[in-house]
Write a protein that binds this ligand. Structure first.
Ligand code: NAG
Ligand code: NAG
Ligand code: ZN
Length: 338
């Protein structure tokens, strides 16, 4: 046994090291550190990056998918030291996601996914990565005079949910996202069959749900030029069935049977809008235990600890939720071989 191994087992740290490595806070990198923890827990992403044979491509310090692949490999090792990720931070910096600035985790998350699409030379794999997160939606606009419907298909990579300045549940937030609204008066849109502006009903329907469902709780609100954080409570479950929760949001073309999801990562924001700190709760892929990652410090926690991020107080609050669609085999959980 090496000296480090003895020390690790004496301190009871061995448990922490199975593919759960911390990341040093390096010039306000807590936001990126936190996202890296959630990407590391998204095994489907690491698998696709592993399939990518970047050997033919020249090593490029500003290529985000290349550098992400490298850092995710380092994070999977059992090394007790924090994983090295400076190259990844500098890579983001050279892609205009600057070091030494407080970022919004959802914005950085979407930027990283977009940079993967742009910079990965194997477009088949790039699309498979997009498909992991792709929430296909249809915006519908129905004229209330002639009943004609105009539609527009598009997609989201994270579901942006408005929250009320009160108590919320994830279910209510989702329902209100898909609620159709009447547009009247100044909000009237032009209806082609009617040839004029008419009152209408507008809303979004779901066409398809992705394997990884990322939910963005919009806690930051712009008010006359400054950003305010909403600390109110948003209650979310560990498992959810969207066919029960938001069935009325499914479009006629929606064809998936399995809409059951299990939470596996939570991006947490603590503090106020302009001076906060990001941390993550992630579920270990093999043992299914929850861990809390605060930069270089990673510790085992319980589901009750994750629930402290519902909010309603000025401590830490959940900001992004990552749910994974359950595998086909009903109730099958990966075995713990520890
Ligand atoms: C952090 O940022 C400052 C200012 O941009 C820079 O001088 C310093 O080298 C950075 N620190 C590290 C460890 O990169
Ligand atoms: C993309 O990657 C897949 C999986 O590794 C591989 O089968 C395919 O040939 C690659 N396509 C190109 C254009 O390199
Ligand atoms: Zn009309």
């Amino acid at each position: 046994m090496s000296f480090i191994a003895v020390l690790v087992s004496k301190l009871g740290l061995g448990d922490l090291c199975h593919g759960m490595r911390g990341l040093s806070n390096y010039n306000l990198s807590c936001c990126v550190n936190t996202l890296l923890q959630t990407f590391s827990a998204t095994l489907e992403l690491a698998d696709l990056l592993d399939k990518w044979d970047a050997a033919g491509v020249r090593t490029d310090s500003s290529n985000v998918p290349q550098q992400l692949k490298k850092v995710l490999v380092a994070m999977r090792s059992d090394h007790p030291q924090p994983a090295p990720h400076r190259d990844f931070l500098h890579c983001l910096d050279s892609n205009r996601i600057q070091l030494s600035i407080q970022h919004d985790a959802d914005e950085v998350f979407l930027s990283i996914l977009n940079l993967i699409q742009k910079q990965m030379d194997n477009k088949t794999l790039a699309l498979q990565i997009k498909d992991l997160y792709k929430i296909s939606v249809q915006t519908q606009l129905k004229c209330l005079d002639c009943d004609s419907i105009q539609t527009l298909d598009s997609y989201l990579l994270s579901l942006p949910l408005h929250i009320k300045e009160d108590q919320n549940t994830l279910e209510e937030c989702m329902k209100s996202f898909f609620e159709h609204q009447e547009l009247r008066g100044r909000d009237c849109c032009t209806c082609e069959p009617c040839g004029t502006k008419t009152p209408s009903k507008q809303g979004v329907k779901l066409l398809a749900l992705p394997p990884i469902l990322c939910v963005h709780l919009k806690r930051f609100r712009n008010m006359r030029g400054y950003t305010r954080k909403l600390h109110c409570e948003v209650n979310f479950p560990e498992t959810l069935d969207l066919s029960e929760m938001i069935h009325e949001a499914f479009s006629a073309e929606f064809a998936q049977n399995n809409c059951k999801y299990t939470l596996y990562a939570v991006v947490v924001h603590s503090g106020e809008a302009m001076c906060g700190h990001y941390t993550a709760y992630v579920r270990h892929s093999r043992t299914q235990s929850w861990y809390y990652a605060d930069d270089s410090c990673v510790k085992k926690v319980s589901w009750q600890d994750v629930q402290t991020t519902y909010g309603g107080h000025r401590r830490q609050t959940a900001y992004m939720l990552m749910y994974r669609r359950d595998s086909k085999e009903e109730g099958h959980q990966p075995e713990c071989s520890g």
